[in-house]
Design a protein around this ligand. Structure first.
Ligand code: ZN
Length: 401
C-alpha cells in the first residue's frame, strides 16, 4: 500500500495553553462600585487551596497553566504607597489585613509546583487610581491610551518588588494586560517595548478588542518590539462564574479563564471543578489537530510553527516544509514543534535525509492511529528554509510498500 493510502490526514496541531487571570487576590469581593478593584467576584476569601487547584489541573493534564497574578494584597511592607495610582488607598495604602500565614502557605504551593504553574504579570492593583478615583485599567485606559511611560515602569518595578518580598521567583516572561486593555504596535516607548525591558517575551490578549497602531503580522499573532503577541480569543465562562460546567469549543490557542472558573464555593470541593476542566480539556490532547502544550514555551514554539510549517504529500512521500519567520525573538530561532499524522493502520516513519525526530503514538478514541512526530531543528540562518521528507511504511513490513 503506498504512503498516500496509509496516511489519511496530517496537521501541525493547534497548541492550547490554559491561562488563568486574576490569581493573587485574597479578598474575592468585586469592589468596583466602591472605588475598589473588581477582584475575582468570588463570594468568599481566597485560600492557599485555590493555588493548589491550579497545580492539580497542571498535574492531572501534564501541563503548566499560566497564572496571571495581581499582587497588591501580597504587599507585606505597604510599598505600593510609593505609587498612589496602584491602589484605591493611594499614599495611605495599608495591606495589614492580608498579612498572615496564608502568604507563606500559598508561596510554598507555588514554589513546590513550578512544573505545574507558571506565573504571568497581570497587575499590582488591576485598575488605575487617577487622583484617587478608579479608572479601567492598570496599563491602558478604555480608549487604549497607555498610562504615562514612567508610571508604567513604576508599576512593573513594584510588581517585581512584590514577587521578591514573597519569594515568588524571578520576573515572569508572560503578561496578560489587566482588563484586556492593550495597544499593539506603538512606535516607541509603547507598552510592549517597556514590557520587553523587564524581560516580558509574550503578551496574550483578545485581538478582537485590542487597540492597535498597525495590524499584527498574522490574524492571531504579532511581533511588537520583539514581544510575541498572541490572541487569547474568547473565554468560555463569565469572569466571575464560580464552579461552572465548562461548555463550548476552544477555537484558538488559549483556554482563557478567570480564577473562580476553576474553584468551588467550598475550597474543600475545588478538586471537583478541576476534574471537570480536566475531562473537558483531555479530548484536545488526543485529537489530530490540537494539543495541550506541556509548557508555555512549548505553546509559543508550536504557535510559531503553525505560521512556519506546512505539510504535503506527493508521490507517496510525506513532506514537512519549513519556512522561517523574520523578526521573531532569537530565543525561538531554533525550532521545536510537533506534527500529527493519522493513518489507517500502524506505520513507521523513515526520514530520507536522516532528519532527527521522535515518534509517539497518541492514545486516542479516533479511528485508525494518530502519531505525533516531534522535531528539533537548529537555526541554520536564512537557509533554515528546508524540507524534511518522510517515507511512511506499514509497521513490520520491513520496506516501503
Ligand atoms: Zn483581570
Amino acid at each position: 500500500m503506498p504512503a498516500s493510502d496509509l496516511l489519511t490526514a496530517a496537521a501541525v496541531p493547534r497548541p492550547i495553553q490554559v491561562v488563568i487571570d486574576d490569581v493573587g487576590w485574597w479578598s474575592g469581593k468585586d469592589g468596583h462600585t466602591r472605588n475598589e478593584p473588581f477582584r475575582t467576584g468570588m463570594p468568599r476569601n481566597h485560600v492557599p487551596e485555590d493555588y493548589e487547584a491550579i497545580a492539580q489541573l497542571g498535574r492531572r493534564l501534564g501541563i503548566r497553566p499560566l497564572a496571571a497574578m495581581v499582587l497588591c494584597e501580597w504587599d507585606r511592607d505597604n510599598i505600593l504607597r510609593r505609587e498612589p495610582t496602584c491602589t484605591w488607598q493611594g499614599e495611605a495604602w495599608t495591606n495589614a489585613c492580608w498579612r498572615g500565614p496564608w502568604l507563606e502557605q500559598a508561596a510554598e504551593v507555588l514554589g513546590a509546583n513550578r512544573n505545574h504553574i507558571t506565573l504571568a504579570v497581570h497587575g499590582t492593583g488591576h485598575e488605575f487610581w487617577q487622583d484617587g478615583i478608579i479608572e479601567r485599567a492598570e496599563w491602558h485606559d478604555v480608549h487604549g491610551r497607555m498610562r504615562p511611560a514612567g508610571t508604567v515602569r513604576r508599576h512593573l518595578d513594584l510588581f517585581g518588588d512584590l514577587l521578591e518580598q514573597n519569594g515568588l521567583g524571578s520576573f515572569p516572561e508572560y503578561l496578560v494586560p489587566a482588563a484586556f486593555l492593550h495597544r499593539f504596535g506603538t512606535d516607541e516607548d509603547g507598552f510592549a517595548s517597556i514590557a520587553a525591558e523587564y524581560g516580558i517575551e509574550v503578551i496574550s490578549t483578545p485581538f478582537h478588542t485590542m487597540h492597535r497602531d498597525r495590524e499584527p503580522e498574522a490574524p492571531h499573532f504579532g511581533i511588537d518590539h520583539g514581544v510575541l503577541t498572541i490572541d487569547r480569543g474568547a473565554d468560555l465562562c463569565s469572569w466571575d462564574a464560580a464552579a461552572p460546567e465548562p461548555q463550548g469549543a476552544i477555537t484558538g490557542v488559549v483556554c482563557g479563564m478567570h480564577w473562580p472558573n476553576l474553584l468551588h464555593l467550598d475550597p474543600a470541593h475545588n478538586a471537583e471543578v478541576v476534574e471537570r476542566w480536566a475531562r473537558f480539556l483531555t479530548p484536545y490532547d488526543t485529537a489530530l489537530d490540537t494539543v495541550l502544550s506541556a509548557t508555555p514555551e512549548a505553546w509559543v514554539r508550536q504557535a510559531l510553527a503553525r505560521e512556519e510549517v506546512s505539510l504535503g504529500l506527493d508521490a507517496g512521500v510525506f513532506r514537512v516544509h519549513i519556512h522561517g519567520h523574520s523578526g521573531k525573538p532569537a530565543r525561538y530561532s531554533d525550532m521545536r514543534f510537533a506534527v500529527r499524522v493519522q493513518t489507517a493502520e500502524p506505520v513507521a516513519f523513515i526520514s530520507e535525509d536522516h532528519a532527527k525526530f521522535s515518534v509517539r503514538r497518541i492514545d486516542t478514541p479516533m479511528p485508525g492511529c494518530i502519531y505525533e512526530l516531534s522535531f528539533a531543528l537548529n537555526n541554520d540562518g536564512p537557509a533554515s528554509r528546508r524540507e524534511i521528507r518522510l517515507n511512511v511504511t506499514a509497521q513490520n513490513s520491513g520496506a516501503p510498500r
